[in-house]
Design a protein around this ligand. Structure first.
Ligand code: AHM
Ligand code: MG
Length: 335
């Protein structure tokens, strides 16, 4: 293998092992191109005021879009034309996005959150694009069904995220481990920088919005006491790190070891299911966590086992180092 491996080369080298088809590589290439475009815009975000683009109309007379809407439209526009998808779903769109008539289609389904953590854009904090890829269940050349899109996480063919941070990184799994690629802005390529990422079995960090503690149930409060060291056998606290940007919080814990939690929140009794979306946030992150040796649960069940009943379903999420998530499972099981 060459010294500097691009993500495309990596896919081609591993193609025989994961049975990736050329069409799958095409899909990822299109995603990667979209990510580069979004990355370029994210890098300019701080210049928006300086360059006078905050009005509704830019210098070309076009309406200026918010960055998350921009990311959404880039992904939809580029991927619609790739000829490899039969449908998409985005956190930003209420319904399934069909491929326009007349465009070639394929067997894959792409689900994404175009710019997660977008409340952090204005303060120059890491944000990310999260994606999940499935194969359709119904026969080709028939209309795509809701059941093609509403598949449990275990059926994912691939999942990943792009983190727009001090450097832009792609973290990807196709079901044979997790690999990280860093965008070299000089050559415009994602280069393999973190092969075979493994999350430490035992973490030292917990990440949660502790301000919402009063809205949590008793087992969740017990979990918190454990990580604060008041209840745990090792009698030492974990470090608290919370950015409020899932991709960044998850990525740090993936590398250093730790657990990210977004528990059920009983503020609104009609919504006792946490904040994060199963399909475009929890499931792809869960596949990455498990492929890296970690765990992802809703407190009692594996995230990847949950059958979605609607596109924007929310789910409590506990994800990260194996021992720490296992502890959470134990606490809930005893409650
Ligand atoms: P968003 O999809 O509207 O950006 O919200 C998702 C984000 C996650 O990135 C992050 O983990 C979470 O919301 C933070 O929520 P909170 O501000 O309630 O702690
Ligand atoms: Mg989101």
């Amino acid at each position: 293998m060459p010294q500097q491996i691009t993500v495309t080369e990596h896919l081609l080298y591993s193609q025989s092992q994961v049975k990736a088809t050329g069409r799958f590589t095409l899909l990822l290439n299109e995603l990667i191109m979209s990510a580069k475009i979004i990355s370029r815009e994210v890098n300019k975000a701080g210049l928006v005021d300086v360059l006078g683009f905050t009005g509704d109309v830019n210098v070309q007379g076009e309406k200026v879009k918010k960055l998350d809407e921009y990311a959404n439209s880039i992904l939809i526009h580029r991927l619609s034309k790739a000829g490899v998808l039969c449908a998409m779903a985005s956190e930003e769109n209420a319904d399934i996005i069909n491929i326009p008539r007349g465009y070639p289609t394929g067997e894959y389904i792409l689900i994404f959150d175009p710019l997660d953590g977008s409340s952090n854009i204005d303060v120059n904090v890491n944000i990310g694009t999260i994606f999940s890829i499935f194969r359709r269940r119904s026969p080709a050349d028939t209309e795509v069904m809701h059941s093609d899109v509403l598949q449990k996480g275990d059926e994912q063919v691939a999942a990943g995220y792009i983190m727009y941070g001090s450097s832009t990184m792609l973290v990807l799994t196709t079901g044979e481990g997790v690999h990280g690629f860093t965008l070299d802005p000089g050559v415009g390529e994602f280069l393999l920088s973190h092969p075979n990422i493994r999350i430490p079995e035992q973490g030292k960090i917990y990440s949660v919005n502790e301000g919402y503690q009063m809205y949590w149930d008793e087992p969740t409060k017990e979990v918190l006491r454990y990580f604060k060291g008041t209840d745990n056998a090792i009698k030492r606290p974990f470090s608290l790190r919370y950015i409020g940007s899932l991709v960044a919080d998850f990525h740090r814990n993936l590398i250093y070891g730790g657990v990210f939690m977004y528990p059920a929140d009983h503020r609104d009794p009609a919504k006792p299911r946490g904040k994060l979306r199963l399909m475009c946030e929890a499931s792809p992150m869960a596949m990455i966590a498990e492929q890296a040796g970690g765990l992802a649960v809703d407190g009692r069940r594996r995230i990847l086992d949950i059958e979605p009943d609607h596109l924007h379903q929310r789910v409590p999420l506990f994800i990260g180092s194996r021992n720490d998530v296992q502890k959470i499972l134990d606490v809930y099981a005893q409650s």
